[in-house]
Write a protein of this length. Structure first.
Lengths: 123, 200, 119
């Protein structure tokens, strides 16, 4: 079992085994530290619960699509992103795939939000 | 909507925080979700905490019939105690003097959320997910938990629709204790299997 | 095409029967099975480290829509029987340091399993 990087990298091995499929791979010590989740992270979690229809609301996505889109995140990004950064990325991708939002709508909204939040005087 | 609680320190929003705001606003504009529903769901998840799982354990410790029902069908046993657990298919695995159980989701972070709340950061980490299946004793030692060499260890990887909870052994010196007092000995980490309940 | 069973109708008894139309359960608790050594694309919930390994059916969990299909916005029906499969750690890891009886249990969908003796 090995994870090739560098000059001997074999693309077939990198694709065959998903980067998320890590059971048994070498890794470091577990840091049992606690993490108090930020409000925005809790909102991402809440959005997942609502969109997957856990409480019987209209189901707009499945947890399987959430997982699939997390697994699709590039390995270096996967490793450096936080858990809820991966989730918001995945949920957003899923909403685009499902046609709930379009890429263009997202682009315009991101610009709008960025414009609003960049100037502290306007917050 | 106010961003977090960083009093006195202005930090520009990250790309991902901008994404969260943007997606949420788009979905609200389209009538897919409401700010109220999101707020309610945040509050709902906050209310789900390890204390709920500790109730099951304490009841099982004092009531052998309940213990059997808990092992037979964890979800029904939750509901029997008035614990609402939407979408949960709970499998409870019992520690014995000969066997210690520990839970992981190597592929992502599956966890009995609607019972215990959001899982801890370390449970979702690369280091835990990679190593606990292969060297459980060493990983448990990193939590300060030493399982005797004579005890068998069983690791459960939650890869599909079941969610797992460890039923720890009742500590010695707790005879006659109330359920409430017993439940206070049972931490989240005991129910994941990386810790043992405090002694009585 | 394997016969479709009535929900919860096939023996062995499913721990969590669901209401979905499902395939019949092929394996019984105690039976030795081997995980197929395949490496397909798409969304897969059979971990790499058990592929090609042999273990024993610990229980039939129930029959659930196939997550490989759900991930692709399809229904995943008919539901697939899902089993907990028990492996010996020393058979999964050549360098395993622990008791020889230490085990690992994973939930695996029926279509990833074959009888140990052969297909």
């Amino acid at each position: 079992m090995h994870r090739p990087d560098g000059p001997d990298a074999r693309p077939d091995l990198l694709v065959e085994r998903g980067h998320h499929d890590m059971g048994g791979l070498p890794a470091g010590k577990v840091e049992p530290a606690e993490h108090d989740y930020a409000e925005w992270e809790r909102r991402v979690d809440a959005l997942m619960v609502l969109l997957t229809g856990v409480r019987g609301e209209r189901k707009l996505m499945t947890v399987d699509e959430l997982r699939k889109n997390v697994e699709a995140i590039a390995p270096e990004a996967y490793d450096t992103m936080s858990y809820y950064e991966r989730w918001i990325t995945s949920i957003t991708q899923t909403m685009i795939q499902r046609g709930v939002i379009t890429t263009d709508e997202l682009a315009r909204k991101l610009e709008q939000v960025q414009g609003r939040t960049e100037d502290p005087c306007r917050r | 909507m106010a961003q977090g609680a960083d009093l006195g320190e202005y930090r520009p929003l990250t790309y991902f925080q901008l994404m969260e705001i943007s997606l949420r606003e788009l979905l609200v504009e389209k009538g897919v979700v409401s700010e109220q529903a999101i707020g309610d769901a945040v509050a709902d998840m906050r209310a789900r905490a390890p204390e709920r799982g500790a109730k099951l354990v304490a009841r099982a410790w004092v009531d052998p019939g309940y213990r059997e029902r808990l092992l037979e069908n964890g979800t029904r046993a939750c509901e029997e105690l008035g614990l609402e657990v939407p979408a949960l298919r709970l499998v409870v695995v019992e520690n014995t003097p000969a066997l210690h159980n520990v839970i992981v989701c190597t592929l992502c972070s599956c966890y009995p959320r609607t019972l215990l709340g959001i899982p801890p950061e370390w449970y979702k980490s690369r280091n835990y997910r990679s190593r606990v299946v292969r060297e459980p004793r060493a990983v448990l030692a990193e939590f300060g938990t030493r399982i005797p060499e004579s005890v068998q260890i069983r690791v459960h990887d939650s890869t599909a629709d079941m969610r797992y909870l460890v039923l720890p052994m009742r500590p010695a010196g707790t005879g006659g204790w109330s359920e409430e007092r017993l439940a206070a000995l049972v931490t989240r980490d005991c129910m994941i299997g990386v810790a043992l309940p405090r002694q009585g | 095409m394997p016969p479709v069973a009535a929900p919860g109708g096939a023996a062995p008894r499913a721990q969590y029967p669901t209401g979905h139309p499902s395939l019949a359960a092929r394996f019984a608790p105690g039976q030795r099975v081997r995980v197929r050594k395949a490496a397909p694309l798409g969304h897969v919930r059979t971990p790499w480290y058990v592929r090609g390994c042999s273990g024993a059916i610990e229980r039939l969990c129930g029959a659930f829509p196939n997550p490989e299909e759900l991930a692709q916005q399809r229904s995943g029906l008919p539901a697939q029987p899902l089993y907990r499969v028990r492996f010996l750690q020393r058979e999964l890891w050549p360098d395993y340091r622990g008791r020889p009886e230490d085990t690992l249990e994973v939930e695996i969908f029926q279509h990833w399993l074959e009888p140990e003796a052969g297909p």
